[in-house]
Design a protein around this ligand. Structure first.
Ligand code: GDP
Length: 469
């Protein structure tokens, strides 16, 4: 495909921007770290714990610059992008540390700047600026739409909806769709209703399957501040195989909205945010997928393939002229490893590695260093041997009822045998419903109060360790 003139102009603008960023980077080195993952993967908790550890001095033995004492301090600073909301660090820390409640999750893109003062291995004093960009992983799944017309997307989506036998079935949407004549004059109320039923199906499927089976418009699940706007009020229609939409028709209206979604929302996100990331961590709630069974695991694998595909863009593909991702290190992290005994951490890591290996093989070389880790940004449990032999975890369940009907008051500790971690599907333990409260702070060796974690330091070492040498 030959790039359009507008894409070439865009490319020149981006090159100019990259040049300016490169120039200022020589004097004030900056790393833009992207943090993503599907909803509830653990992005908010990860960023809060990471920044708390940097600013307050966490127990990070594997994060060499901090462990060796070369980092003399880290502080928050005003962020560079004026139009991106700030990550609400203070509120989230208060929630975890003071209230011992999990913070509100990511709903849209946000940003936070941390400035790190350190000594190079040669002894010189330097500053590294770390810009952390938090964004919903659902948005990455929109990449294929950039190369797809409304008609193609409609046909593919309807083919899936008509074929699927996995509950919840999209029956209400398909029934309403049957009442819409794509050639008839545009009817706003029918469009709103179609978009509502289509979105409701996607959300129900996400809840039921615990992952995404349909790579759909990502903002239908994570609308950010665009909820209810026309660019999000469209749905697939049954269309003739050939021909053009009659002017003023339902088809024409849906097509225009789809085009807006693609051109005004998706494209700028990739160009202005995604492509500028230097490092990326993709958080994966692998335990929930394992809990959901083989189909949920397959969905997760498809989603990871789609995510990796985004990093491949510009290296070999048709989007070459549109944007080039700069990320040269990508870390896939299975979160909430504290829900397992440490004897199972390696197996969790191996499971995620298998998924990403398969994804890498399918999407081709990503052109960046990729690593995989099992981690808990905030470790909510301790370990114990139950009855002297069962490797168990101990924590304080949040108040409320569990899937098995047990009631908890939010202050009583329990010990739990989390079960083995077989290759596909979990036999025991419903990981979706295990919600331990965040732990109290721990004292590090020098007496600093810190949040306990599992391998957060290893993640940091991979992501930014080399930039602090
Ligand atoms: P986001 O949607 O990706 O921002 O996800 P959050 O960071 O809000 O995390 C979603 C939920 O997962 C939290 O409310 C916690 O219940 C749980 N969670 C996240 N990280 C951890 C962790 O390190 N350990 C434990 N036990 N639970 C976690």
């Amino acid at each position: 495909m030959t790039p359009a003139v507008s894409d070439i102009i865009e490319q020149a603008r981006l090159a100019a921007q990259a040049f300016v960023e490169f120039g200022s980077g020589l004097f004030n080195p900056t790393v833009r770290l992207g943090v993503t993952g599907l909803s509830r993967a653990g992005k908010t908790v990860f960023i809060t714990a990471l920044v708390h550890g940097l600013v307050k001095g966490g127990r990070f033995p594997v994060f060499e610059p901090l462990a060796s004492g070369r980092i003399s301090g880290a502080r928050l600073a005003p962020q560079p992008d004026d139009t991106v909301p700030r990550f609400e660090y203070e509120r989230h820390v208060r929630s975890i540390v003071t209230d011992r409640e999990w913070p509100d999750s990511t709903r849209q893109i946000s940003e936070l700047r941390v400035v790190i003062d350190y000594q190079t291995t040669a002894g010189a004093m330097r500053t590294l600026t770390l810009d952390i960009v938090d964004y919903p992983g659902e948005w990455l799944l929109d990449l294929p739409l950039l190369n797809k017309s409304y008609e193609q997307w409609s046909a593919e989506t309807l083919a899936y909806l008509n074929r699927t036998t996995r509950p919840p079935l999209p029956k209400p949407f398909l029934e309403q769709l049957a009442t819409i004549d794509a050639m008839a004059p545009a009817d706003e109320n029918a469009a709103i209703e179609a978009a509502r039923l289509f979105t409701a199906y996607l959300q129900a499927a996400r809840l039921e399957h615990r992952t995404l089976s349909l790579v759909a418009p990502g903002r239908f699940l994570m609308p950010g501040d665009l909820a209810g706007s026309p660019a999000l009020t469209f749905a697939p229609l049954a269309l003739p195989v050939e021909g053009e939409p009659p002017s003023g028709s339902m088809w024409a209206m849906m097509q225009r909205r789809y085009d807006s979604y693609r051109d005004v929302i998706v494209r700028p996100f990739f160009r202005d945010h995604f492509a500028r990331l230097d490092r990326q961590i993709v958080l994966v709630d692998a335990l929930s997928a394992l809990d959901g069974g083989p189909e949920a695991v397959r969905d997760l694998q498809d989603a990871l393939t789609a995510v990796l595909e985004c990093f491949r863009v510009g290296r070999w593909s048709w989007l070459d002229a549109l944007f080039r991702p700069a990320a040269d290190r990508i870390l896939f992290a299975a979160t909430k490893a504290d829900l397992l005994h440490h004897t199972a951490h390696d197996r969790l890591e191996a499971f995620l590695k298998r998924l990403t290996d398969a994804a890498l093989a399918r999407s081709g070389e990503a052109g960046a260093a990729v690593d995989v880790i099992a981690m808990a940004a905030v470790r909510a449990t301790r370990e114990a041997m139950m009855g002297g032999e069962l490797p168990s975890i101990v924590g304080t369940p949040a108040s409320g009822e569990w899937h098995d009907g047990r009631q908890f008051d939010g202050s009583t500790e329990i010990a739990l045998f989390p079960g083995d971690l077989p290759a596909e599907g979990l036999k025991s333990g419903d990981f979706r419903s295990i919600r331990f409260r965040p732990p109290p702070l721990e004292q590090t060796d020098d007496g600093t109060p810190a949040l306990p974690h599992i391998r957060l330091d290893r993640a940091l070492q991979f992501l930014i360790g080399d930039r602090l040498r």
